[in-house]
Design a protein around this ligand. Structure first.
Ligand code: F6R
Length: 603
């Protein structure tokens, strides 16, 4: 995790660095720091805590420099202290480094450097990098050669940016952690992610593993670790800076929940044939999936819940499919062969667990495909094929609109795969017509005040349970994950029928049970809800207005009438709002929940 920003250009870099860090804070917020260089030395300011702490400490200070790097940290080695905050320096203050990733051989490198008299002031793995660069410069190497040699010795993952006290340049390299360059008239940016500099430029080039960049005011030199020149395509991203601002919303999460109708319209646009009721997905040639016998979906967290949703729809369409947790996908994962399609579902395209599962699947001979929101992300480059979910930037750490867009893309894929195989896919016509009304139906859920009232009514409960059946099951899991993530209250999701096999022991009048009805064997879900109600649990039913569950439930969160394929997504929007309002009542830092980060780039 962690966010990196760098800028080389005309004028003072400090504003661009602080803006960049603000836009990257979703990647970690344990500490923040900047280093600037004005030709006569490097000045570093860093603080544990949120970026606001650093900004306050900079008030009234004239920190200036035309070259600068910055960092926002999600701690891996060492607690979030001022000492462990980046940038780090070497034996002298002539080299400053920021780093995202994990240097696995840092202990060994430290030992070696200690033998040369180096002393370390932090607990981080990163600190070895400026020491190594400084050591090689002291031995007579030019900065670029010293940088190359230092990063060449690192094992593990890194996106590194370094600067030295007497050059107007930033040296950068990546291996396993993202780095993107942004080019504008007045200079060049370097960052972990595009929103960092989107206010300044939308012209970007994504670095690839093994790339080394030397960034000057006039441009970028790109080579591989051995020094051979490489080129990376410059492209224009079509994200609007407005999309990455909170606007009139109190939190990014609420904004992103409300963006779902638009996001889903973008997700679906041009991907369905309304007349024949089929998913088209023109990204793929006709018959492209004809040889697929089975599908494995790999993902983590919320994306895993979307993967589960997708696998159920694939099975419905007649395609043998399973969703698997990426971090469990290893030696004991189910077999793959040339008829297996492995789909990595990852909003960021940078989740280390998912990338590593994707690499394992490739090595085992599977065909791979990634479903992601981020153009140019690592997953798009290591998978054989890619589909963008087009949800627009998601800044809130808790994933909301990307879940809906992932689930819809997977539903479209399920229809398309089944058709290519010649299966009689029953999914298409219902799905295509349901997707047409889905944005408007989501608007209805968004305009209701039910969720806020329910959050207030059950505020202070001991635990919160979420149950569902069929497509309602991944929604129950996702409802619980969202709730615990942003409220810090205990919440669990269960398959409705499992309640009686153990969890019922936890049910009391202080444990509201949210029951998701998607129209799939609702009578059985209702029975499970009634079993909880008999033990005194308040029941919140997510279902249409005339549903018989409303007669049993203590509270009702109305979901418009829809087929199961989209009813679960509508219920999920309702649950997102309940979690949001519950967290707001508890005054939690909703967009940046403790201990979490948007993009988990460590295994
Ligand atoms: C939860 C959440 C996480 C992510 C998970 C995978 O709200 O955001 O559970 O879903 O870390 O991230 P991606 O989708 O980027 O692979």
């Amino acid at each position: 995790m962690c966010g990196i920003i760098g800028h080389v250009g005309e004028g003072n870099a400090i504003d661009a660095l602080l803006t960049g860090l603000e836009n990257l804070e979703y990647r970690g917020y344990d500490s923040a720091g900047v280093a600037v260089q004005n030709g006569s030395g490097i000045e570093i300011r860093k603080r544990s805590g949120r970026l606001s702490e650093l900004k306050t400490s900079l008030l009234g200070e004239q920190l200036e420099g035309e070259v600068g790097i910055g960092h926002t940290r999600w701690s891996t080695h060492g607690p979030p202290t001022d000492e462990n905050a980046h940038p780090h320096t070497g034996a002298t203050d002539d080299v400053a480094v920021v780093h995202n990733g994990i240097v696995e051989n840092y202990a060994e490198l430290r030992e070696r450097l200690r033998e040369h008299g180096h002393e370390f002031t932090s607990d981080t793995d990163t600190e070895v990098i400026p020491h190594l660069i400084g050591q090689y410069v002291a031995e007579g190497m030019a900065t670029e050669a010293a940088f190359r040699r230092a990063v060449g010795e690192l094992e593990g993952s890194y996106a590194v940016a370094a600067m030295v006290s007497d050059e107007r340049a930033i040296y950068a390299a990546r291996q396993g952690s993202p780095l993107v360059v942004g080019v504008e008239d007045e200079g060049v940016f370097l960052a972990s992610d595009v929103p960092a500099f989107l206010e300044y430029t939308d012209t970007v080039a994504y670095l690839e593993d093994g790339d080394v960049a030397v960034i000057h005011p006039g441009g970028i030199e790109l080579t591989d670790l051995a020094g051979r020149s490489v080129t990376r395509e410059l492209r224009t991203v079509d994200w609007d800076p407005e999309q990455t601002a909170k606007g009139t919303y109190d939190h990014f999460m609420l904004k992103e929940i409300h963006e779902q109708p638009t996001a889903l319209a973008q997700t679906v646009e041009g991907r369905v044939d309304r007349r024949s009721g089929a998913a088209t997905l023109a990204e793929f040639e006709p018959g492209d999936f004809a040889g697929i016998d089975r599908v494995q979906l790999i993902a983590c967290g919320t994306s895993y819940h979307a993967a589960l949703y997708g696998s159920l729809l694939l099975n419905d369409a007649g395609v043998d499919s399973r969703a698997l947790l990426a971090n469990e996908y290893g030696d004991r994962s189910p077999p793959v062969d040339e008829g297996t399609l492995v789909i990595a579902v990852t909003q960021s395209g940078e989740t280390a667990d998912t990338l590593s599962a994707l690499r394992r699947a490739t090595a085992a001979g599977a065909r791979t495909l990634t479903v992601t929101n981020v153009v140019g992300s690592t997953a798009t480059r290591i998978a054989d094929d890619r589909i963008l979910i087009r949800a627009g930037p998601e800044i809130g750490v808790a994933a909301t609109k990307t879940f809906s867009s992932q689930a819809v893309v997977l539903a479209l894929l399920a229809d398309r795969i089944a058709r290519d195989r010649g299966d009689d896919s029953p999914l298409g016509p219902t799905l295509v017509s349901a997707l047409k009304t889905l944005p408007r139906q989501i608007e209805r859920v968004l305009s209701s005040t039910d969720a806020g009232a329910i959050a207030r009514r059950y505020h202070g409960s001991r635990s919160y349970f979420f149950i569902g059946r069929g497509l309602g099951y991944p929604v129950a899991l996702e409802g619980a994950l969202k709730f615990k993530e942003i409220t810090y209250e205990h919440a669990e999701g269960f398959a409705a029928g499992e309640l009686k096999h153990g969890p019922l022991a936890l049910v009391t009048p202080e444990t509201p049970v949210f029951a998701v009805f998607t129209g799939e064997e609702d009578a059985r879900t209702l029975k499970s809800a009634e079993e909880a109600a008999t033990r005194g649990a308040p029941i919140v039913a997510l279902c249409p207005a005339d549903h018989r569950a409303t007669a049993v439930a203590d509270a009702h969160l109305e979901i418009p009438d829809a087929p199961p394929e989209t009813a679960g997504l509508l219920a999920n929007v309702g649950l997102q709002l309940v979690s949001y309002h519950a967290a707001d009542l508890l005054e939690r830092p909703i967009d940046k929940p403790r201990n979490l980060a948007k993009s988990v780039t460590v295994e």
